[in-house]
Design a protein around this ligand. Structure first.
Ligand SMILES: [Zn+2]
Ligand SMILES: [Zn+2]
Length: 288
């Protein structure tokens, strides 16, 4: 899209131009908020200890070690694991944003879980950690996992312990009132789930409430940010800042142009460096 004719003419007659594009995002990609949609209280984490405030975990790991029902510890791709969790924790027929919220909560929970150190596993397959059963896999929940790849809920840059539970009684609970440990992102908030009694520990995300909010049109990010106070829901995938274009020419008779797309809502500022014959660079700047 940037018109490169002027720059091109300046370095016309150069053969074999190597173009290097540096893409600098003004602001990191827009965050997609996500909230986990726990289904009817499958997970009961009443015994969870509240860990230190900072998890020190800024990115979602590629894999997770899962203690299987037969006692073996299996190293799984994170999203493959989540595809067996989401449809086991909630109904695969639930609205997309509730499934995406559950996927992000489950991913955040898994990314910070080191709950079976005695056998070298991060999680088990029961509600002690997160219910996992690949027999429940469904294309709708697979999509919710794939479309939120690497997305997590973060508090001050750390992925959170994303606790969730079946349903509340109209409001969730402060972590310290249930477990004695204070987590700033586990505050009591109002919830539209419509139940009058609690199913589960009440800390974090109310799965039935997530379903109601998704049905009302909330997107998964807004849902997650409602239940986890002060979090950002965003991708933890590092952003590539530099690309190399190995082909190009500005010889006479050629139209010189570059096509650069910016998928973000925010403006991106680019520096294009032409590595010219004989050494040295010629730089041009664009806003996309
Ligand atoms: Zn466990
Ligand atoms: Zn609720």
């Amino acid at each position: 899209m940037p018109d490169n004719q002027t720059e091109g003419s300046r370095i016309r007659a150069l053969l074999g131009v190597l173009v290097l594009v540096q893409l600098i995002f003004l602001s990191a990609f827009a965050s997609a908020a996500g909230l986990a949609t726990p289904r009817s209280g499958r997970s009961d984490r009443l015994t969870l200890p509240v860990d230190a405030l900072r998890t020190g975990q800024a990115a979602v790991p590629e894999t997770i070690k899962v203690l299987m029902p037969d006692g073996n510890v299996e190293t799984m791709d994170m999203d493959e694991y989540l595809k067996g969790v989401v449809p086991t924790e909630v109904g695969a027929s639930w609205p997309y944003d509730s499934l995406a919220a559950q996927a992000v909560a489950a991913r955040s929970f898994a990314a910070t879980a080191h709950r079976h150190p005695e056998v070298g596993a991060d999680v088990c397959t029961t509600t002690h950690c997160q219910a996992y059963n690949p027999a429940n896999r469904d294309e709708r929940t697979d999509l919710a996992v794939d479309s939120t790849h690497k997305v997590a809920a973060l508090y001050q840059g750390d992925i959170i312990h994303a606790y969730y539970f079946g349903h509340c009684d109209g409001h969730t609970r402060n972590s310290e009132d249930v477990w004695g440990g204070y987590l700033p992102y586990c505050r009591s908030v109002s919830c539209p789930c419509g139940y009058t009694e609690m199913w589960g520990h009440g800390v974090g995300m109310c799965q039935e409430g997530v379903k109601v909010l998704a049905e009302a049109g909330w997107d998964y990010g807004d849902i997650l940010e409602h239940y986890y106070t002060g979090v950002d829901v965003e991708s933890t995938e590092p952003v590539a800042m530099t690309w190399y274009f190995a082909e190009g020419t500005t010889r006479p008779g050629f139209d010189t142009y570059l096509c650069m797309g910016n998928p973000s809502d925010a403006e991106a500022h680019l520096t294009v460096s032409y590595l010219v014959e004989g050494g040295g660079n010629k730089d041009a700047s664009y806003t996309v």
